[in-house]
Design a protein around this ligand. Sequence first.
Ligand code: 2AM
Length: 177
Amino acid sequence: NNAASARLFLALWPDAKTRAALWVARDLVARTLAGQWVKPDNLHITLAFLGDVAQARWPDLVRVADGVKTPAFSLTLDRAEFWPRNGIVCLGASQTPQPLLDLAQGLAQGLGRAGFALDDRPYQPHLTLARQGHSDRKAWALPEPVVWQVAAFSLVESRLGRAGSAYTPRQAWRLEN
Ligand code: 2AM
Protein backbone atom coordinates (compact mmCIF):
# COMPACT_ATOMS: atom_id res chain seq x y z
CA ASN A 1 0.00 0.00 0.00
CA ASN A 2 1.44 3.37 -0.93
CA ALA A 3 0.02 6.83 -0.22
CA ALA A 4 -1.50 7.13 -3.69
CA SER A 5 -3.90 4.26 -3.15
CA ALA A 6 -5.92 2.63 -0.40
CA ARG A 7 -7.55 -0.75 0.16
CA LEU A 8 -11.27 0.02 0.33
CA PHE A 9 -14.66 -1.55 0.73
CA LEU A 10 -18.23 -0.32 1.16
CA ALA A 11 -19.95 -1.68 4.24
CA LEU A 12 -22.68 -1.45 6.81
CA TRP A 13 -20.80 -0.08 9.79
CA PRO A 14 -22.58 -0.65 13.14
CA ASP A 15 -23.48 2.22 15.46
CA ALA A 16 -22.24 1.85 19.05
CA LYS A 17 -25.45 0.24 20.34
CA THR A 18 -25.51 -2.33 17.53
CA ARG A 19 -21.81 -3.03 17.94
CA ALA A 20 -22.37 -3.80 21.63
CA ALA A 21 -25.23 -6.17 20.78
CA LEU A 22 -23.06 -7.84 18.13
CA TRP A 23 -20.35 -8.35 20.71
CA VAL A 24 -22.77 -10.11 23.05
CA ALA A 25 -23.82 -12.44 20.24
CA ARG A 26 -20.19 -12.97 19.29
CA ASP A 27 -19.32 -13.98 22.87
CA LEU A 28 -22.04 -16.58 22.85
CA VAL A 29 -20.84 -18.05 19.56
CA ALA A 30 -17.21 -17.93 20.70
CA ARG A 31 -18.02 -20.21 23.61
CA THR A 32 -18.98 -23.06 21.33
CA LEU A 33 -16.25 -23.08 18.69
CA ALA A 34 -12.68 -22.18 17.84
CA GLY A 35 -11.39 -19.62 15.34
CA GLN A 36 -9.45 -16.42 14.82
CA TRP A 37 -11.86 -13.85 16.16
CA VAL A 38 -12.44 -10.45 14.57
CA LYS A 39 -11.74 -7.52 16.89
CA PRO A 40 -14.88 -5.69 18.11
CA ASP A 41 -13.97 -2.47 16.30
CA ASN A 42 -13.70 -4.32 13.00
CA LEU A 43 -17.17 -5.90 12.91
CA HIS A 44 -19.11 -4.91 9.76
CA ILE A 45 -21.09 -6.24 6.82
CA THR A 46 -19.43 -5.77 3.45
CA LEU A 47 -21.60 -4.40 0.64
CA ALA A 48 -18.92 -4.29 -2.06
CA PHE A 49 -15.23 -5.06 -1.86
CA LEU A 50 -13.07 -2.79 -3.99
CA GLY A 51 -9.48 -3.68 -3.13
CA ASP A 52 -6.73 -1.21 -3.93
CA VAL A 53 -8.16 2.04 -5.29
CA ALA A 54 -6.00 4.90 -6.58
CA GLN A 55 -6.59 8.24 -4.86
CA ALA A 56 -7.46 9.78 -8.22
CA ARG A 57 -10.48 7.43 -8.42
CA TRP A 58 -11.95 8.52 -5.09
CA PRO A 59 -14.30 11.16 -6.61
CA ASP A 60 -15.72 8.53 -8.96
CA LEU A 61 -16.35 6.27 -5.99
CA VAL A 62 -18.09 9.05 -4.08
CA ARG A 63 -20.26 9.82 -7.11
CA VAL A 64 -21.41 6.20 -7.30
CA ALA A 65 -22.29 6.16 -3.59
CA ASP A 66 -24.07 9.53 -3.93
CA GLY A 67 -26.19 8.10 -6.71
CA VAL A 68 -27.64 5.18 -4.76
CA LYS A 69 -31.08 5.88 -3.32
CA THR A 70 -32.31 3.18 -0.97
CA PRO A 71 -34.53 3.46 2.08
CA ALA A 72 -33.28 2.83 5.61
CA PHE A 73 -34.20 -0.64 6.84
CA SER A 74 -34.10 -2.98 9.79
CA LEU A 75 -31.85 -6.03 9.62
CA THR A 76 -32.39 -8.94 12.00
CA LEU A 77 -29.31 -11.12 12.41
CA ASP A 78 -30.82 -14.25 13.84
CA ARG A 79 -28.42 -17.03 12.95
CA ALA A 80 -24.80 -18.05 13.20
CA GLU A 81 -23.20 -19.94 10.35
CA PHE A 82 -20.02 -21.85 9.74
CA TRP A 83 -18.84 -22.01 6.14
CA PRO A 84 -16.57 -25.05 5.82
CA ARG A 85 -15.48 -23.92 2.32
CA ASN A 86 -13.45 -20.99 3.68
CA GLY A 87 -13.58 -21.46 7.46
CA ILE A 88 -15.64 -18.33 8.07
CA VAL A 89 -17.89 -18.09 11.14
CA CYS A 90 -20.47 -15.37 10.65
CA LEU A 91 -23.85 -13.94 11.59
CA GLY A 92 -26.56 -13.99 8.97
CA ALA A 93 -30.23 -13.23 8.48
CA SER A 94 -32.85 -15.84 7.69
CA GLN A 95 -34.82 -12.98 6.05
CA THR A 96 -32.72 -10.65 3.92
CA PRO A 97 -34.42 -7.24 3.67
CA GLN A 98 -35.04 -6.20 0.06
CA PRO A 99 -33.46 -2.74 0.61
CA LEU A 100 -30.20 -4.46 1.59
CA LEU A 101 -30.16 -6.41 -1.66
CA ASP A 102 -31.12 -3.26 -3.60
CA LEU A 103 -28.33 -1.31 -1.92
CA ALA A 104 -25.66 -3.92 -2.67
CA GLN A 105 -26.91 -4.34 -6.23
CA GLY A 106 -27.17 -0.59 -6.83
CA LEU A 107 -23.61 -0.09 -5.65
CA ALA A 108 -22.30 -3.02 -7.70
CA GLN A 109 -24.00 -1.73 -10.84
CA GLY A 110 -22.78 1.83 -10.33
CA LEU A 111 -19.25 0.68 -9.57
CA GLY A 112 -19.25 -1.57 -12.61
CA ARG A 113 -20.39 1.28 -14.85
CA ALA A 114 -17.69 3.52 -13.36
CA GLY A 115 -15.08 0.92 -14.25
CA PHE A 116 -14.32 -0.53 -10.82
CA ALA A 117 -13.48 -4.22 -10.80
CA LEU A 118 -15.69 -6.27 -8.47
CA ASP A 119 -15.74 -9.99 -7.96
CA ASP A 120 -18.71 -11.68 -9.59
CA ARG A 121 -19.62 -14.02 -6.76
CA PRO A 122 -23.29 -13.62 -5.82
CA TYR A 123 -23.76 -11.20 -2.92
CA GLN A 124 -24.26 -13.04 0.34
CA PRO A 125 -24.71 -10.61 3.22
CA HIS A 126 -22.83 -11.80 6.30
CA LEU A 127 -21.04 -10.40 9.31
CA THR A 128 -17.78 -12.27 9.81
CA LEU A 129 -17.06 -13.14 13.44
CA ALA A 130 -14.05 -15.41 12.93
CA ARG A 131 -11.82 -16.86 10.26
CA GLN A 132 -10.11 -20.26 10.28
CA GLY A 133 -13.04 -21.56 12.30
CA HIS A 134 -13.81 -25.12 13.25
CA SER A 135 -17.31 -26.29 13.99
CA ASP A 136 -19.45 -29.40 13.72
CA ARG A 137 -22.55 -27.34 13.10
CA LYS A 138 -23.21 -25.42 9.88
CA ALA A 139 -25.99 -23.12 11.02
CA TRP A 140 -27.83 -22.47 14.23
CA ALA A 141 -30.31 -19.95 15.59
CA LEU A 142 -29.13 -17.21 17.93
CA PRO A 143 -31.01 -17.29 21.23
CA GLU A 144 -31.25 -13.51 21.00
CA PRO A 145 -31.24 -11.99 17.49
CA VAL A 146 -29.43 -8.71 16.89
CA VAL A 147 -31.81 -6.13 15.42
CA TRP A 148 -29.87 -3.48 13.51
CA GLN A 149 -31.57 -0.28 12.37
CA VAL A 150 -29.53 0.40 9.25
CA ALA A 151 -29.58 4.13 8.49
CA ALA A 152 -26.31 4.58 6.58
CA PHE A 153 -23.49 2.86 4.76
CA SER A 154 -19.78 3.64 4.82
CA LEU A 155 -16.65 3.67 2.74
CA VAL A 156 -14.06 1.85 4.84
CA GLU A 157 -10.29 1.70 4.53
CA SER A 158 -8.44 -1.46 5.47
CA ARG A 159 -4.84 -1.19 6.65
CA LEU A 160 -2.62 -4.06 7.56
CA GLY A 161 -0.65 -3.45 10.74
CA ARG A 162 1.36 -5.55 13.13
CA ALA A 163 -1.81 -6.40 15.06
CA GLY A 164 -3.65 -7.48 11.90
CA SER A 165 -6.11 -5.50 9.77
CA ALA A 166 -7.56 -2.25 11.08
CA TYR A 167 -10.67 -0.88 9.40
CA THR A 168 -11.40 2.86 9.41
CA PRO A 169 -14.63 4.37 8.05
CA ARG A 170 -13.71 7.30 5.79
CA GLN A 171 -17.06 8.56 4.62
CA ALA A 172 -20.71 7.73 5.32
CA TRP A 173 -23.93 8.06 3.33
CA ARG A 174 -27.33 8.27 4.99
CA LEU A 175 -30.14 6.09 3.68
CA GLU A 176 -33.49 7.74 3.05
CA ASN A 177 -36.09 7.70 5.80
P1 2AM B 1 -15.18 -11.74 4.64
O1 2AM B 1 -15.51 -11.18 5.97
O2 2AM B 1 -16.17 -12.75 4.16
O3 2AM B 1 -13.76 -12.20 4.54
C1 2AM B 1 -12.66 -6.70 4.35
O4 2AM B 1 -11.70 -7.57 3.84
C2 2AM B 1 -14.05 -7.17 4.05
O5 2AM B 1 -14.24 -7.33 2.64
C3 2AM B 1 -14.41 -8.51 4.67
O6 2AM B 1 -15.68 -8.37 5.23
C4 2AM B 1 -14.41 -9.48 3.53
O7 2AM B 1 -15.34 -10.50 3.62
C5 2AM B 1 -14.83 -8.59 2.40
N1 2AM B 1 -14.49 -9.09 1.08
C6 2AM B 1 -15.36 -9.32 0.09
N2 2AM B 1 -14.74 -9.73 -1.01
C7 2AM B 1 -13.42 -9.78 -0.72
C8 2AM B 1 -12.27 -10.14 -1.47
N3 2AM B 1 -12.35 -10.52 -2.75
N4 2AM B 1 -11.10 -10.08 -0.83
C9 2AM B 1 -11.02 -9.69 0.46
N5 2AM B 1 -12.07 -9.34 1.19
C10 2AM B 1 -13.26 -9.38 0.62
